[in-house]
Design a protein around this ligand. Structure first.
Ligand code: TYD
Ligand code: MG
Length: 454
């Protein structure tokens, strides 16, 4: 018999290679390839066109049962889920270790349990006592959650099958689970996939909302949640800087709702607090205007969030290569913007170090932030503060033109609501707010405006 060919599976993305490589050719992660035993062909019957059972068809337009959503009661969690938990659905909750996934799920589970719905929380990482300690710290010690510390999927499913199915089942985390029918240590791709498959099947058959926690690790020592993305209905990502208080819950995939909604939380001494009005979150709240600071009205799904962009320019005396450092924005985009400011507006950044920071640990990806970044840079270069209570938005083209952006009206309205009095952005914006709006055509107009200001 021919020797079975070796194959290697990337623990981060699940792609298969036939030789070992240091870097995965698909997802470009390093040191993530592990040897895998290929599945043996159990059946000699290769012809699949007969011998099976008949599949039952139903009409698409047949009256079906309506999708009932269960609100968890944590409004920000429900919002990110698109309205609440769907029975029989599987949710993958990804995020860096220590970001607050267990805390969030314990809080959500407690809300549901207190609502007279049975909730099972299986922890593969912490002993039941540790989870109980966390619960009492969160003030949830009296929540009737069924708690278990277990890692064997066989034990878990045997137990669950002998009782009434719960409304919510949390598995924390899928990377600690292990199935005795599959070879390999917990956390390998085949274990993670196999365990998730069995748990998801249980959830679908019993109408249980299942949440699988999945850690994201950079070094690939455990299989990343990406190998599960196609198996689950909803992929959520819990993000934030560990050194900052704020956490954003985002849906990356949702079979039952939109993916552009976010939930915002603040990690405090007594767990995660909901932040229902995040628009002011990323402003520094300073009263005196400072050169190099501009406010950008960002949009998170349908929610406007005002964000402060800060720039610092340091003139170099010597001929050393000047540094450009960016936190919370794209490096390449800063280089582009500096090039446009130099070539189209006649400014000179060549002998200056440029630092750019987005306040509050927020990450900007909206191209509409270009104009706010440009305003911060010009203000820092000229050492002139921008007018207080003003906002800036618009995409900057390589020709130095200000291009229109989505939802300009919504951005202006939210800023006006929060006490901002003036705005600057692309031309031809329908402004129905109280704000004094100035549409500009060229980036050079912005430079003139900043230089002219007192
Ligand atoms: P945790 O939920 O254990 O993270 P994960 O499950 O994603 O690994 O959260 C861990 C961090 O949260 C921990 O470093 C301490 C912090 N924390 C608080 O600041 N306040 C709290 O009330 C709790 C429970 C945790
Ligand atoms: Mg945890």
């Amino acid at each position: 018999m021919a020797k079975p060919k070796k194959r290697y599976i990337c623990q981060a993305c699940g792609s298969v290679s036939h030789r070992w490589q240091g870097q995965c050719p698909d997802c470009a992660e390093w040191n993530t390839l592990r040897e895998d035993v290929p599945a043996t062909v159990f059946s000699q019957k290769h012809d699949l066109s007969s011998g099976g059972r008949a599949v039952e068809f139903v009409q698409l337009d047949a009256p079906g049962e309506k999708l009932e959503r269960r609100k968890t009661g944590l409004a920000e969690f429900d919002r990110a889920l698109g309205g609440g938990l769907v029975p029989g659905s599987a949710i993958l909750m990804g995020g860096d270790p220590g970001i607050g996934k267990s805390t969030l799920l314990l809080q959500a589970a407690a809300r549901i349990a207190k609502d007279n719905c049975s909730t099972v929380y299986v922890s593969g990482e912490e002993a039941a006592g540790q989870v109980r300690m966390r619960a009492s710290r969160l003030g949830l010690a009296d929540a009737p959650i069924k708690l278990a510390a277990a890692t064997s999927v066989r034990d878990i499913l045997t137990t669950l099958n002998s009782m009434e199915p719960p409304t919510l089942l949390v598995i924390d985390s899928i990377q600690t689970m292990h199935s005795d029918t599959i070879e390999g240590a917990p956390g390998t791709v085949s274990q993670v996939r196999g365990c998730a498959f069995e748990l998801i099947r249980y959830a679908k058959e019993n109408g249980v909302a299942l949440v699988l926690v999945g850690h994201v690790t950079k070094d690939g020592t455990i299989a990343g949640p990406r190998v599960l993305e196609h198996m689950v209905d909803v992929v959520m990502s819990f993000e934030g800087e560990r050194s900052h208080q704020y956490r954003i819950l985002r849906a990356l995939k949702n079979r039952f709702g939109a993916v552009d909604e976010i939930g915002v939380f603040a990690m405090e001494g007594k767990g995660l607090q909901e932040v229902s009005n995040p628009s002011m979150l990323f402003l520094s709240g300073r009263e005196t205007p400072l050169a190099g600071s501009a406010v950008f009205p960002a949009l998170e799904g349908t929610r406007p969030v005002l964000i402060e962009v800060q720039a610092l320019i340091v003139r170099l005396q010597s001929g050393a290569t000047p540094r450009r450092a960016v936190v919370g924005w794209d490096n390449g985009r800063l280089a582009m913007l500096l090039a446009v400011l130099e070539s189209r507006c006649g400014l000179n950044f060549s002998s200056a170090e440029v630092y750019l920071n987005v306040a509050g640990g927020y990450r900007l990806s909206d191209p509409a932030a270009d104009l706010a970044v440009a305003a911060a840079l010009v203000s820092a270069l000229a050492d002139k503060p921008l007018p207080t209570h003003s906002i800036w938005f618009g995409e900057v083209s390589l020709a130095g033109e200000i291009r229109p952006v989505a939802h300009a009206g919504l951005r202006l309205k939210e800023a006006a609501k929060l006490g901002f009095t003036s705005g600057c952005g692309p031309q031809d914006v329908a402004n129905s707010s109280q704000l004094k709006y100035r549409g500009i055509r060229q980036l050079a107009n912005l430079v003139d405006q900043v230089m002219a200001s007192a």
